[in-house]
Design a binder for this molecule. Structure first.
Ligand code: DX5
Ligand code: ZN
Length: 224
């Protein structure tokens, strides 16, 4: 099942509850929450109190993307605040296997992200530990960037490895995805599509979400 995950980075932070309510009403099941610390990436966003506030106003799965230098220290705090899923960056984890298992033992699903410059092979030894994989299709730090086409090649490589090894973990993509390229992204093997600007920076975010979902579901149906 293909899911569109709106990224609240592109939403109005002063009106978060109002921004996400129409999407949940449209059947959106997962919300992407970008956490940046000014160290791992050159930008700041939000911390655990915002996740705790979101938890109070939505039943959607909260997919929390930690673009931070010390995920081992903060992942449990975000889980305590209400995160259902935590993504850590391979590039930020010295002991990635340990970090993923720690997140799972704290009660959340554990995802691992790779930057555009990181090859898929870096995930080979933890594909049966992680619950899902995130391929960054922009360099992390900012919304509204241009999609890096080479990420499709990495998605195809991951999809092939999944098949070879009989694994079913979802592949997520994040950055620069819009109505123009969502079909291609799903066709390459993505199940979870993050979309920020292409949903919230539109006249009607609900309509934008519904259109993206329809395109993604059509591409997925053709694939099967
Ligand atoms: C970028 C973030 C993304 C961002 C995507 O570092 O991880 O989740 O919100 O935004 P768009 O869809 O605008 O590229
Ligand atoms: Zn993200």
């Amino acid at each position: 099942m293909v899911e569109i995950l709106p990224s609240i980075l592109a939403a109005d932070f002063a009106r978060l509850a109002d921004e996400i309510a129409p999407l949940e009403a449209a059947g959106c099941r997962m919300l992407h929450v970008d956490v940046m610390d000014g160290h791992f990436v050159p930008n700041f966003t939000l911390g655990p109190p915002v996740v705790a506030s979101l938890r109070k106003v939505t039943h959607m799965t909260l997919d929390v993307h930690l673009m931070i230098a010390d995920p081992d220290r903060y992942a449990p705090i975000f889980i305590e605040a209400g995160a259902d899923q935590i993504i850590v960056h391979q590039e930020a984890c010295v002991h990635l296997d340990r970090t993923l298992r720690m997140i799972q033992s704290e009660g959340a699903r554990a995802g691992v992200a790779i930057n555009p410059a990181t090859p898929v092979v870096m995930l080979d030894e933890i594909l049966d530990v992680a619950d899902y994989v995130l391929v960054m299709s922009v360099n992390p730090g900012f919304g509204g960037q241009k999609f890096i086409p080479n990420s499709l090649h990495k998605v195809r490589q991951l999809a092939a490895r999944k098949k070879e090894r009989g694994l079913h973990l979802p592949i997520e993509i994040d950055g620069g995805v819009d109505a123009e390229n969502v079909s291609e992204v799903v066709d390459a093997g993505v199940q979870w599509v993050v979309a920020g600007s292409s949903i919230f920076h539109t006249v009607n975010s609900r309509t934008a979400f519904e259109e993206m979902r329809a395109l993604a579901q059509n591409a997925s149906a053709i694939k099967v």
